[in-house]
Design a protein around this ligand. Sequence first.
Ligand code: AMP
Length: 426
Amino acid sequence: MTEFSDLALDDRIQRAVRAEGYTTPTPVQERTIPALLEGRDVLGVAQTGTGKTAAFALPILHHLAAERPEHGRPIRALILTPTRELAAQIGDRLEVYGRNLTLHSFVIFGGVGQMPQVRAIDRGVDVLVATPGRLLDLEEQGYVDLSHVKHLVLDEADRMLDMGFIHDVRKILRLLPRERQNLLFSATMPEGIRDLVAKMLTDPVRVDVSPEEPTTDRIEQHVMFVKKADKVRLLADIIHAEMVDCGIVFTRTKHGANRLVQQLSRDGIVAEAIHGNKSQTARVRALEGFRDGDVPILVATDIASRGIDVEGITHVFNYELPNEPEIYVHRIGRTARAGRTGVAYSFCDETESGYLVGIQDLLGEDVPVIEDHAYHHPDARRRRGVGHPRRRRRLLVAAGRCAARDEVGSLRLVAAQRDRRVVGRA
Ligand code: AMP
């Protein structure tokens, strides 16, 4: 088995990694780090919780520490992320992994004043972590020079697509030098991402850790059928009974998240909401409270939750089932991080059984049902589970369609690469 010490990383980075207590690289790190060290482009199909941040941060820091810029301290690495939370977390990780280096990293995002960011960039930044909107804003005002970027990371590209940032990303790509190393991480590979991959990456090494090593393995999953009106009481009962002190509850809407926080507080449960309508200060405060243990329950919408990297989350509650099965996997992946175990409860009411079917199709198995609770509502289970002949047929058709799409996607990728000049080798 590969150890960190087997990877050709700068000793100062090795020391920082050891100080974090990492000894063995995760599968995504084991495959991404050598490829990036060699200067290759990488396409990573991996979700949060797989160790993907260190997978790109360590080799980029290694390259930057080895390459001295000709003048001053231009931005040499750019990391684009869809959310402020994810940007801030990557910024924290860069500080940790780069603590023995003299490199400067900085994080910029919207929703806060731009002047402190402008001043920091002025002082010199080697690695810039940014959300696309704010970066373009500052660039258009002439505060950011991207002409020295040699390493580009696009993290959670599928989420960028969902949030409508792809247009901004394409604009940013046009501002970068052609000679650069590129890395794109995405948990899923929808059509829009395949196009971007073809445009952005040159002969990439594909690191795919999703299908064979799903992080859901260590998560105990349950579904409970319940009326919508009983969900709050069911949630409060579980939180009390299992003395949950680090749990995350997902709702579909911002309004629903706020309301749930108030309802839980009537039950004596301290909770905070985190979603896109909250000010940056409120979001940071909620996350800090959650991380420190002062706030045991975080109620989140999907967009806000995506980058939350808090170790020790024991419980994930799908208070409302997500309408996209992939989101279910992202949500429950908030628990069982870095080798731990966790439990995920999904509340399914009579309007949500179709979503459950989609989730079980994606997982390839049924989520075990708990009926032994005060609010069990059998009517919520309208559609029957795996093994139903009609459903199996539908599954096979769906699988066939995916395979066909895969082939088209990779064919297009090959063609696009053939037509491009070889760029992107750092
Ligand atoms: P990420 O997927 O980058 O969000 O990382 C998930 C969590 O795993 C973070 O809390 C990291 O600190 C932790 N982590 C990353 N790499 C390792 C490793 N090789 N060994 C142990 N923990 C790790």
